[in-house]
Design a protein around this ligand. Structure first.
Ligand code: ADP
Ligand code: MG
Length: 253
């Protein structure tokens, strides 16, 4: 069974350290949620793992099955089995979703291997059925005039097609409405129990009403300060993040 290990990761943007010793191990099949107030470094963490050039990993490791991914280019990280949900072409007018997905699937195949069109469409349609996506959807151009919910649907379909070992989804900045939240949740739930390991970053407890995570972690000032199961999310909802802050202050006193 595969595992993704994030070990004592430190990430800086320019001179400023944002992620300050983040550690977490995710095994395939597990759903982990990371919650935390704005500005605590959640998006920085996911962008650094994706290999975004503006984010410098100053120390620590990210290991996929024991192998460091940090020297790999973003596309090689994807081929190794990581899926990073925010890595989307914002808009690609003229390129249909079906063709975009086909190129994405082809790009992840071994060199010299050809994607069989019949097999590809069969797989695409079976994933669309799984996710309850209308067939008409894939003839539309990528993100061209998409609603928030449609962007999410496209993202989830891409994830289903690529069958990654691990998916990282940062939902904080997308201003998800209920419709989009449901799409993400239904997609994740449909893929659950397969070999997918999932890191779901959110500051909305609401999302966790639809996706029940196996583990919940609270991120504060660049690191995990508290971990638990889904009851931790409920506790956070009831008590707010100030509760964590007060606990931390007491622990450090
Ligand atoms: P979160 O996702 O938890 O809300 P972020 O990772 O987006 O937090 O931001 C963490 C900190 O890093 C914030 O103080 C933010 O201002 C800063 N930051 C984020 N992106 C940049 C950037 N591109 N340049 C400079 N500072 C940034
Ligand atoms: Mg964020």
């Amino acid at each position: 069974m595969s595992q993704l290990e994030i070990k004592n990761l430190h990430v800086a943007i320019g001179e400023k350290e944002i992620v300050k010793g983040f550690s977490l191990t995710i095994r395939q099949g597990e759903v982990h949620a990371i919650m935390g107030p704005n500005g605590t470094g959640k998006s920085t963490l996911s962008k650094a793992i994706a290999g975004h050039p503006d984010y410098t990993i100053t120390s620590g490791e990210v290991l996929l099955d024991g192998q460091s991914i940090l020297s790999l280019e973003p596309d090689a990280r994807a081929r190794a089995g990581l899926f990073l949900a925010f890595q989307y072409p914002s808009e690609v007018p003229g390129v249909s979703i079906a063709n975009f997905l086909r190129a994405a699937v082809q790009a992840r195949m071994a060199e010299g291997e050809e994607l069989d069109a019949t097999a590809y469409y069969k797989r695409l349609y079976s994933k669309m059925d799984l996710l309850k996506i209308d067939r008409k959807f894939t003839s539309r151009a990528i993100n061209d005039g998409f609603s928030g919910g449609e962007k999410k649907r496209c993202e989830i379909l891409q994830m289903a097609m690529l069958e990654p070992k691990f998916a990282l989804m940062d939902e904080t900045d997308s201003g998800l409405d209920i419709d989009a939240l449901r799409i993400v949740a239904d997609g994740v739930n449909a893929m659950r129990g397969t070999n997918l390991g999932m890191l779901l970053i959110t500051h909305y407890q609401r999302l966790l009403d639809y996706i029940v995570p196996d583990y919940v972690h609270v991120m504060w000032d660049g690191r995990i300060v508290k971990s638990g199961d889904k009851s931790l999310a409920l506790e956070l909802e009831a008590k707010g993040y100030d509760w964590v802050k007060t606990e931390l202050a007491a622990a450090n006193a």
